[in-house]
Design a protein around this ligand. Structure first.
Ligand code: SF4
Length: 225
């Protein structure tokens, strides 16, 4: 293992230890997600992921459950009146956009992919409204592919630490693939999301309480506490 990879591994291990107790909750959720992904079809995982954008986990869970009681396949979803669909998903926020996304994605899956969710990243990304994070979650959870789901925390924190220098989540994913040891690919999202919500906040991070302070270059951090 090279020096940079060793330093990254060490930093992640410190974070895992620091977040040990809180991670138990996350790990329970991840275990539940994996269970759900077996219970859920790839299409349901995809729809649930579209519903989760900017929504809390508990809300997404409830709404997905309600929706899947009525419809589980792209054909069944498209049978729901648009107004009715918006009503069902209303509390997830951004319901107009999400309803449009769900309907569009369902149509494309029926028309282009014979009602089956495609299993490659390129095909998933070719469908409007499916971004890299959603694609990677479907690939990882439904099809057991080795990928790194990059969201706002996984993009921000490695840049602040100085591991990478990227402008968007797509670039971050590519750069992390080069430097992150594979054993961390599936768990990095869970660790950094939790750390980003508790300590390395988007604005004014809590650097004085940070367990990896001495390994951090604080790139772009203008104010901290
Ligand atoms: S030192 Fe500050 S900026 Fe760096 S990882 Fe910790 S909280 Fe984030």
């Amino acid at each position: 293992m090279q020096t940079k990879e060793k330093e990254i591994s060490k930093t992640i291990e410190i974070l895992k230890e620091f977040l040990k107790e809180e991670r138990k909750t996350t790990l329970n959720r991840e275990a539940k997600d994996r269970k759900d992904s077996k219970r859920f079809t790839p299409y349901q995982t995809l729809i649930s992921c579209l519903l989760s954008l900017r929504a809390k986990d508990e809300v997404t869970e409830k709404i997905s459950e309600n929706l899947f009681k009525i419809a589980k396949t792209p054909e069944e979803i498209l049978k729901i009146e648009e107004r009715e669909l918006k009503k069902i998903i209303f509390s997830s926020g951004h319901y107009n956009k999400k309803a449009e996304a769900i309907r569009h994605v369902s149509k494309e899956i029926i028309e282009k992919y014979n009602s089956k969710v495609p299993q490659t990243r390129d095909e998933l990304l070719s469908i409007k409204h499916i971004g890299p994070k959603t694609a990677n979650i479907v690939l990882a959870f439904s099809f057991n592919k080795q990928v790194i789901p990059v969201d706002t925390h996984v993009h921000r924190i490695p840049n602040r630490l100085g591991w990478i220098k990227t402008k968007n989540p797509e670039q971050t994913e590519k750069e992390l693939e080069k430097i992150l040891p594979k054993e961390y690919w599936s768990e990095i999202n869970g660790v950094l999301v939790l750390f980003g919500k508790r300590i390395c906040l988007p604005i004014s991070p809590l650097c004085s309480k940070c367990p990896i302070n001495r390994y951090c270059k604080k790139v772009g951090v203008k104010t901290s506490r």
